[in-house]
Design a protein around this ligand. Structure first.
Ligand code: TPP
Ligand code: SF4
Length: 537
């Protein structure tokens, strides 16, 4: 079989393509973005016409994938961990509807917050929804699990979560492909009310979900992704979840670990294997990249003392796991590593030279000089870097969409004028609904939608807002004379300051739109064509 050198994210994409996937839906977010990008660039996916889309947000992506599963086909939805918060309503309920065609939710967590606001662990969500979770320890397993996940989903009638973390997603290894599975034919659920979650049906479905818990645990106990490796020294037993297993074996050149090890790659936890480990060993060390979810389960409310991990400091409570941290946790002596040479400088992130957000912030800062500080609520995107020197332009960044609603709340409290700064992609992701609230109450806020025609921060994916922002704002009820568009360039600075000042004085909702293409997308032919067709410049 063909062998490929793939990132973990790409391995999932290839596994899904080979596993008979018919559609993939996603909203970009590091470290998950490369999964969908791979499918979009893959020749076989194009030949097979696998449907792929950058959806408006994670919830719409989740629901589209669920719709494809309803129609009997295999679908995947991808997002970063915080995206699962956005998709949570649909995600949790998809466990109650169940899946018809295989449905995989791939979530990429980011312990250590390399590019995220938190390091939440998506396995909690999988457990909360009571569905099977697959957690690969390497790129080959990432491929195999995506391939197998569709079968598992159809076997159990449930959506399946694949959980990865940044290191696995963004590192490469050789991956052997399997034979391509055929795509499913269109086939509706045998019960056409299965997806109608009226209380009477939801109650019935929920009982079904509860009844399936025994089945999914049995499957997990016998899963090839869970294993018990015996060891002679029973003074400790190790539970290594997902990537932690790879980190563990990296510490032993011959891969011979003296202690018994339970490798976990498939949840619910394989109870029989864990039970055996607990019985045979004096203490149990739990290695998991993320929250101490398994450790907490084993320790229990009564805090059993022979279970060690993040909670008692055997492993640091926060941050991502590493081979060195694993070595320390199991008592190995670490070899001294070289210091980072002085030549290597820490470079804080910064906006690209020539970025349109820079001109927009320069104008906004000057326009706001006549007011007291602390009134700019921002959002998540490249423009969040406006928080840093030399701009110091924003006072909040919480979650996608929060800029407009937080500005509204602050204005309601009397902080007038309040300003929101949001990007075009974030606006259609979850900013629009907040604008509805502001329009309903005619809240005195200025919403700056910094439109660069793309989702810049994650690498220039499609923006659902392209060519639609003014129409959306008018549709929501913003008065057309208070929607002001300008080109953020140095030469227009005075004009921009004057426009923003005028709108800051207006006692209602204003939208100002600095509009100029992200310079990193200048060579994107299809985007340039769309911009031309839409007459956007
Ligand atoms: C819920 C959620 N989904 C995805 C992301 C990843 N992400 C960060 S910013 C961003 C969008 C940025 O696009 P835009 O608002 O157009 O601003 P730009 O970066 O182009 O300036 C995305 C997708 C996130 N942080 N949170
Ligand atoms: S990628 Fe685009 S939006 Fe982001 S900083 Fe660079 S020019 Fe600005």
């Amino acid at each position: 079989m063909q062998k490929l050198l793939l990132l973990g994210a790409e391995a999932i994409a290839q596994g899904a393509i080979d596993g008979g996937m018919s559609g993939i839906y996603a909203y970009p977010g590091t470290p998950s973005t490369e999964i969908t990008e791979y499918v979009q660039h893959d020749k076989e996916s194009q030949d097979r016409n696998i449907h792929s889309m950058w959806s408006a947000n994670e919830k719409t992506a989740m629901e589209s994938a669920l719709g494809m599963s309803y129609a009997g086909k295999r679908a995947m939805v991808c997002m970063k961990h915080v995206g699962l918060n956005v998709a949570a309503d649909a995600f949790v309920n998809s466990a109650i509807t169940g899946a018809n065609g295989g449905l995989i939710i791939t979530v990429a967590d980011d312990p250590s917050m390399h590019s995220s606001q938190n390091e939440q662990d998506s396995r909690f969500y999988g457990k909360f929804a009571m569905i099977p979770i697959l957690e690969p320890c390497n790129q080959q397993e990432a491929y195999d699990m995506a391939y197998y996940g569709f079968q598992l989903s159809e076997q159990t009638g449930l959506p399946v979560m694949i959980r990865i973390t940044t290191r696995l997603s963004h590192s490469r290894a050789g991956v052997s492909r399997k034979e391509t599975a055929p795509e499913n034919e269109l086939k509706l659920p045998s019960d056409l009310r299965q997806f109608v979650l009226l209380p009477s049906i939801a109650r019935r479905n929920y009982k079904g979900l509860l009844a399936k818990q025994t089945l999914i645990e049995e499957i997990s106990n016998d899963s090839p992704y869970n294993a018990y490796f015996d060891g002679e020294d029973k003074s400790k037993g190790i539970i290594a979840c997902g990537l932690a297993y790879n980190y563990l074996i990296e510490n032993f050149d011959d891969r011979k670990i003296p202690y018994p090890v339970v490798k976990v790659g498939h949840y619910p936890l394989p109870r029989k294997l864990i039970y055996r480990l607990e019985q045979e060993c004096d203490e149990v060390i739990v290695l998991e990249d993320g929250y101490p979810i398994v450790e907490e389960l084993l320790k229990g409310y009564l805090e059993k003392e022979n279970v060690k991990g993040r909670l008692d400091g055997t492993v640091p409570r926060d941050g991502e796991l590493s081979p060195d941290l694993v070595a320390k946790a199991i008592g190995l002596v670490l070899e001294e590593a070289n210091d980072v040479p002085e030549l290597v400088e820490n470079r804080p992130p910064a906006m690209c030279v020539g970025c349109s957000h820079i001109d927009a912030y320069n104008a906004l800062n000057e326009a706001l000089e006549i007011y007291s500080k602390g009134r700019v609520f921002s959002d998540i995107g490249c423009y969040t870097l406006g928080a840093l020197e030399p701009f110091n332009a924003i006072n909040s960044c919480v979650d996608m969409g929060a800029s407009i609603t937080m500005a509204k709340g602050a204005a309601d409290a009397g902080l007038v004028p309040a300003v929101s700064v949001i990007g075009d992609s974030t606006f259609t992701h979850s900013g629009m609904t907040g604008l509805v609230d502001a329009v309903i109450e005619k809240t005195p806020i200025v919403v700056m939608i910094s439109d660069n025609f793309t989702t810049g921060m994650t690498g220039g994916q499609d923006s659902s807002a392209l060519g639609k922002i003014e129409d959306i704002c008018i549709g929501i009820g913003v008065e057309p004379e208070h929607i002001r568009v300008f080109t953020p360039l140095k030469k227009n600075h005075a004009e921009m300051v004057a426009i923003i000042r005028e709108e800051l004085e207006y006692q209602g909702v204003s939208v100002v739109i600095p509009r100029r293409q992200c310079i990193q997308t200048a060579k994107n032919k299809s985007l340039n064509q769309k911009i031309k067709e839409l007459n956007l410049r």
